[in-house]
Design a protein around this ligand. Structure first.
Ligand SMILES: Nc1nc2c(c(=O)[nH]1)N[C@H]1C(S)=C(S)[C@@H](COP(=O)(O)O)O[C@H]1N2
Ligand SMILES: [Mo]
Length: 530
């Protein structure tokens, strides 16, 4: 193994130890103060909204893993480089570690609600990295003094002559690597081992701080009003389930790890432009009258034909009643919701108070909210896209004006107000599917939350629009399934769908991208009939 490779690997090992140990320290100072997550979080918040495509805008679970893996790989490359640099200049290497530490500290300190000790994991990690790198390089046989002119006298303990006799090099020291190859590999192994052990221990200890146990202990209150019973025939065969199971429900948020909010310490503050600011605890919330409602949530990033939409039975207390108690002042046209991690969204006050079932929700399909979906408390508002209404892990509601406050996605290029657009989707057959000639049942979903769906039509190739049969539904706040018995003839065909909402307005054919206020256009698929 070449010296430069040994040095590079030493750099990577030192960085690994730094990151691993930082995870352990972060058990005390907060998971988000660990440098990897802190830097990842800064990246998420600074991705330019409108420019980036949907995959970036929407950090789905896998994108988050990808982000952490990507950050780690970049760090490893940087660390390898630092190890090599150390051979030429130890000081530059230490400077490089310092730079890394500065980035980590800056990221950790600027996270929402960063504790006063948020800098600690990075600083401890970086300090250890210097020490580990030095140990490894010594063991690797690097002569870190080689590039510095050496005063022979000084190295031998004698005073140099007054004219400062310098010699280029001290007599060649025996190469410790040549002498002890195994020693270096062993030490390298120890370093990576220590990194792995501390890293996993840190993550494990952090996960023990998770609220899983607290969530399991939650007993949901009995609703004052249960959800309407599901009528027969809400489901069309081969169409997405009318009710989305919690584990399959789409998840969208900016959180790299879902916030762990303990209901025992949870509080909701309602303040701002109100006559009567309110703070309620979890216990007090559970005492409030609860209702159960089916509501279909939709993400503004959903493309035409996309699946960022789901329907669940929510249990919660009407937010209108809480707002009435707080008493919004005239002009307070925006209700800003703030999550424990600092994320914000804003809904029109008028919408939340117009009588629709806007809920401060604690239950989802008969369970306490899953942690990924906002445990212990979130908002659910029929008719508004999630990014302007569905705050998860909510801890604060502030009455203000749209003119005075831009919520999280607004400066990133998304509209401040965004009612859900009327849309429809073909689920069966699948795009590119094959069927045999004869009757083919085409089916899918349509939605226009709070306005409801009055009509769905299907068009085959350039033929006339044919009316589909509407499935049953519980209310205008959920999606609605539809089916159409198509007399299919052999050949390639294209199918399109369009919906008309409860107010008689037909879904626009004009295609629009998700930004700034939701995609539009008709979903179209190709099928082959044999
Ligand atoms: N705290 C927080 N709440 C949030 C978000 C977020 O990033 N952070 N994303 C919103 C968006 S964009 C959507 S579409 C919905 C999605 O809710 P779900 O993940 O439960 O499906 O949550 C909303 N609530
Ligand atoms: Mo969203």
């Amino acid at each position: 193994m070449k010296l430069s490779v040994r040095a590079g690997l030493s750099g990577v090992a030192a960085a690994a130890v730094a990151v691993g140990v930082a995870e352990v320290v972060a058990v005390l100072t907060g998971a988000l103060s660990a440098p990897l997550l802190a830097v990842g979080g800064v990246v998420v918040d600074n991705v330019p909204g409108p420019v980036k495509d949907f995959g970036v805008r929407v950090f789905g679970v896998h994108d988050k893993t990808a982000l952490i893996v990507g950050t780690s790989v970049l760090l490893a490359v940087y660390a390898y480089g630092l190890g090599v640099v150390a051979l030429r200049s130890w000081r530059s290497a230490v400077g490089g570690i310092g730079l890394f530490a500065a980035v980590g500290v800056a990221a950790a300190m600027t996270r929402h609600d960063a504790g006063v000790f948020a800098w600690l994991p990075t600083v401890v990690g970086a300090g250890l990295a210097v020490w580990v790198l030095r140990l490894l390089l010594d063991q690797a046989g690097a002569d870190l003094t080689a590039r510095t002119p050496v005063l022979v006298g000084a190295t031998t303990g004698n005073r140099p002559d007054h004219d400062g006799v310098r010699t280029a090099r001290p007599p060649a020291a025996p190469d410790p690597y040549g002498k002890d190859r195994r020693g270096f590999l062993k030490l390298l192994g120890y370093a990576f081992g220590a990194a792995a052990v501390t890293g996993f221990a840190g993550r494990w200890l952090t996960s023990r701080q998770a609220v899983t146990a607290a969530r399991n202990d939650v007993v949901l209150p009995v609703p004052r009003q249960t959800a309407p019973p599901l009528p027969d025939g809400v489901q069309v065969p081969d169409v997405t389930p009318y009710i989305s199971p919690n584990k399959d429900f789409y998840r969208i948020d900016t959180a790299l790890i879902p916030p762990q909010v303990d209901p025992a310490t949870w509080q909701l503050k309602i303040h701002g432009m109100v006559r009567n600011p309110i703070t309620i605890t979890w216990e007090q919330l559970l005492q409030r009258p609860m209702i159960e409602r089916y509501v279909t949530l939709a993400c503004v990033s959903n493309e035409v034909g996309g699946d960022l939409i789901g329907n669940a039975k929510w249990l919660g207390t009407p937010i209108r009643e809480l707002l009435e108690e707080a008493g919004p002042l005239p002009g307070a046209d925006q209700v800003v919701q703030r999550s424990v991690d600092g994320w914000t969204c804003g809904s029109p006050t008028a919408t939340l108070m117009d009588g629709r079932d806007a809920l401060l929700a604690v239950g989802m399909n008969g369970q306490p909210l899953p942690v990924d979906h906002g445990f212990p408390v979130r908002m659910v508002v029929p008719g508004l896209y999630g990014y302007v209404s569905a705050c998860k892990w909510i801890t604060e509601i502030e009455l203000t004006r749209f003119a005075d406050f831009d919520a999280y996605w607004v400066p990133r290029g998304w509209s401040a107000q965004a009612p859900i657009k009327t849309e429809s989707r073909i689920d069966t057959p699948r795009d590119g599917g094959r069927r045999s000639a004869g009757t083919v049942v085409v089916g899918g979903v349509a939605w226009a939350q709070h306005r409801g769906i009055k009509k769905v039509e299907v068009q085959v190739d350039d033929g006339a629009w044919a009316e589909a049969a509407l499935a049953a539904t519980v209310s205008s706040d959920t999606w609605r399934q539809w089916s159409y018995a198509w007399p299919a003839t052999a050949g390639e065909h294209s199918l399109r769908v369009r919906a008309t909402d409860g107010q008689g307005v037909t879904q626009t054919s004009t295609p629009a991208a998700p930004a700034p206020d939701g995609a539009s256009g008709w979903h179209r698929i190709q099928v082959r009939i044999d």
